[in-house]
Design a protein around this ligand. Structure first.
Ligand code: ADP
Ligand code: MG
Length: 307
């Protein structure tokens, strides 16, 4: 299958196919740098590191906790900064993460600190309770918030292209994981490094698939379509993961199977009630024109299935 080889060739460069490390679950790392931006930010610890970036927890000179994302790959920084500028220019959105400041010279962006990300919340909740996945009210609240943020981007002709639970940050005054506390968390979409919009310039050879393998729409596995319908597909898989407690394609560890399965209808899952499964299956239709035509349509469909 030509496409498999094609994707494998690009995997090292642009696919962020590492759901198990791409998260705030605790990792043993030590920080390399102590200060950024002339000592205005002091590093407290390294949260995580991939081949593309380092994410630090830091403290500003006003003693506010922030997160610093330090890029190893400059084009991703430039893309993320350009995306932030476009979002900020249009007034920003409460469900899109905000920017404190950035520095091209020091290759970093600084954001308010989130309590957790959705990937970690799902993991913690799934292991703490007998039933897998999140409470339906929490699922609906997060879907509404992320749907709103994504719709704002689509209305600006921006496609996120890397929608996944590790890129959904959860903000709260309290850092508890109990169910009542979960309802107080507000979800914000982050990580605009792969985002596409007109005039953003190419990160990749034109046509090269970009995103995270486990959540990419089938049409984007073949060639980057830069269409909002691809975000709807990934959004469907995020809803699946919130309810089932694990990603739809996590079970298939070998590369070829995971790709092949994507060109077949999304299979049902015993942990997902049939009514909700139908909504997810619509969002994840193989043909983009058969999916929900907007996140609002998808969220409304989800509400009807949940309540
Ligand atoms: N503002 C933030 N607050 C807390 N954690 C964050 C923040 N930004 C990122 N993280 C953590 O770092 C991870 C990687 O950040 P992300 O922006 O997605 O970078 P990458 O491009 O390397 O995936 C996120 O999945 C999340 O766990
Ligand atoms: Mg990310």
């Amino acid at each position: 299958m030509g496409i498999v080889k094609y994707i494998r060739d690009f995997a090292a460069a642009l696919f962020k196919d590492a759901p198990y490390t791409d998260s705030m679950l605790p990792q043993e790392e030590t920080a390399e740098k102590e200060y950024f931006l002339e000592g205005r930010y002091r590093v407290k610890k390294l949260i995580r590191e991939t081949n593309l970036s380092r994410v630090y927890l830091a403290e500003s000179s006003e003693l506010e906790e922030v997160v610093i994302k330090h890029y190893k790959y400059e084009p991703l920084l430039k893309r993320e900064v350009a995306a932030f500028e476009r979002i900020i220019e249009k007034g920003g959105h409460e469900s899109l993460v905000s920017l404190v400041e950035y520095s091209l010279a020091e290759r970093l962006i600084i954001m308010p600190k989130a309590e957790s990300d959705l990937y970690a919340l799902i993991k913690v909740s799934s292991s703490a309770s007998q039933r897998k996945g999140l409470d339906p009210r929490v699922v609906y609240k997060i879907a509404c918030e992320i749907g709103g943020g994504l719709q704002f981007m689509h209305d600006l002709s921006m496609v996120h292209r890397d929608l996944k639970t590790a890129n959904i940050l959860l903000f709260s005054k309290e850092s508890k994981y109990g169910k009542r506390e979960q309802l107080k968390l507000s979800a914000k979409l982050a990580d605009f490094g792969c985002c596409w919009f007109d005039g953003a310039g190419y990160l990749e050879e034109p046509g090269t698939p970009v995103g995270t393998l486990g959540l990419m729409a089938p049409e984007d596995l073949q060639s980057s379509t830069k269409s909002p319908a691809a975000d709807i597909y990934s959004f469907g898989l995020v809803i699946y993961e919130m309810i089932a407690g694990r990603g739809a394609y996590d079970v298939f560890f070998d590369f070829e199977t995971r790709i092949k399965k994507r060109f077949q209808p999304l299979p049902e899952n015993e942990k997902i009630p049939l009514k909700i499964m139908k909504v997810i299956q619509t969002a994840c239709e193989i043909k983009p024109e058969n999916r929900h035509q907007s996140q609002l349509e998808l969220v409304e469909d989800l509400r009807k299935a949940l309540y």
